[in-house]
Design a protein around this ligand. Structure first.
Ligand SMILES: CC(C)(COP(=O)(O)OP(=O)(O)OC[C@H]1O[C@@H](n2cnc3c(N)ncnc32)[C@H](O)[C@@H]1OP(=O)(O)O)[C@@H](O)C(=O)NCCC(=O)NCCS
Length: 348
């Protein structure tokens, strides 16, 4: 059975840099608060009308495909992970297929937020192992700046997140000592409302009271109402401390699961590339697994948390900086809204 390798990887970040001091023009915050709690120094925000989640993904994909030595015509499946799609539906995958003039191949959108890219990677890996596809394009991309509350009310969220994209091309290999060893996927929906965008949606307060206020409950009035907009109920919600507590348990757990499954220990890792949720979370995980600084890659300082884009964006940058050599043992791990969490262990 073939294993999958990342044959090419690319990233794209928008040109607009917003420092922590720049965020003060929108809300009551400070560089000190943001850096101390999250490690973020600056983030990128997409051009307001000139780029979208799909177009940023396409830019990253072009680089990944060029590095893999393939053209859009060679791609036989697209997986697109995002929580900030261009349209509520259809997904971004079909926009990539159209814009890149690909064949009438399958396009799958993944809605698993911070672990979306790793869920996508796992799905792609199964298709490669089964022999069904030979060139799978997997993209993680986010345009968070369009969906966040840029007033003081939303500052606990909006200072953490940034825009960007990452992409990989997965291909089969028979080469010894290379490729994906295993992937591990988990979820626990008990805390689904702790990190979420509730509206617009069809929930009608079924799962939890008070998530949306309706002007009246008539058909056609409940998807989005003026009251919901006036109260800011269409913005993301995050109970930060609850997310933090769960993340620091599940990150080490899912990394150890991947290592143990393949009879490795943390000391064997060349590089851990964790989802860039918060620098404090990455530091906690590093400490818990007793990893040296050179075994963990972080770039949240420059880009903020880019959700589905974060793992491929960090992996790409690590590779571009020469931190990865053929055959190196690499662990990718993510945790986020849902809650969902995941890991992948591979020999680069
Ligand atoms: C979000 C997070 C940084 C907030 O830190 P915290 O220590 O939990 O802070 P709190 O939410 O308790 O707020 C503490 C105070 O800071 C204030 N505050 C919140 N955001 C602020 C900001 N951007 N600037 C200044 N002050 C802010 C709060 O209003 C609160 O003020 P109060 O004490 O007067 O009420 C932290 O909880 C966290 O990192 N959680 C994990 C989030 C995460 O990783 N999310 C991504 C998951 S994929």
């Amino acid at each position: 059975m073939p294993r999958s390798i990342i044959a090419g990887i690319g990233k794209y970040v928008p040109g607009n840099v917003f420092t922590n001091d720049d965020m003060k023009q929108f809300m009551d915050t400070s560089d000190e608060w943001i850096q101390e709690r999250t490690g973020v120094k600056e983030r990128r925000f997409a051009n307001r009308t000139g780029e979208t989640t799909a177009t940023m993904g396409i830019e990253a994909a072009k680089i990944a495909m060029e590095r893999a030595g393939v053209t859009p015509q060679d791609i036989d499946f697209i997986i697109f992970a995002t929580l900030s799609p261009d349209y509520y539906f259809p997904g971004c995958g079909v926009l990539v297929q159209r814009a890149m003039k690909m064949k009438e191949i399958g396009a799958l959108d993944v809605r698993n937020q911070c672990s979306g890219f790793l869920y996508g990677l796992s799905v792609g890996d199964q298709f490669i192992r089964s022999g069904m596809y030979k060139n799978i394009l997997i993209i993680g991309s986010e345009k968070h700046s369009f969906i966040m509350d840029f007033t003081t009310r939303g500052r606990n969220i909006s200072v953490i997140f940034g825009d960007g994209a990452g992409a990989v091309v997965l291909q089969p290999t028979e080469e010894e000592g290379r490729g994906m060893l295993s992937t591990h996927l988990h979820s626990d929906g008990n805390d689904a409302e702790i990190l979420a965008v509730y509206n617009p949606g069809t929930h009608a307060n079924y799962w939890q009271k008070g998530l949306a206020d309706y002007d009246d409950a008539e058909i056609g009035e409940m998807y989005q109402s003026h009251t919901m907009i006036d109260k800011g109920q269409n913005y993301p919600v995050m109970h930060g401390q609850d997310v933090f507590k769960k993340a620091i348990t599940k990150f080490p757990e899912v990394i150890m699961e991947a290592l143990e499954k393949n009879s490795f220990t943390p000391a064997d890792l060349r590089l851990l590339v964790p989802h860039q949720a918060n620098l404090r979370i990455s530091q906690y995980v590093q400490q818990k697994l007793k990893l040296r600084d050179d075994q963990v890659f972080n770039n949240i300082q420059k880009y903020g948390n880019t959700t589905a884009a974060s793992v491929p964006l960090a992996l790409c940058e690590a590779w571009e900086e020469g931190r990865l050599k053929e055959g190196d043992l690499v662990c990718l791990a993510a945790f986020g809204s849902g809650f969902t969490w995941a890991s992948a262990l591979l020999k680069w």
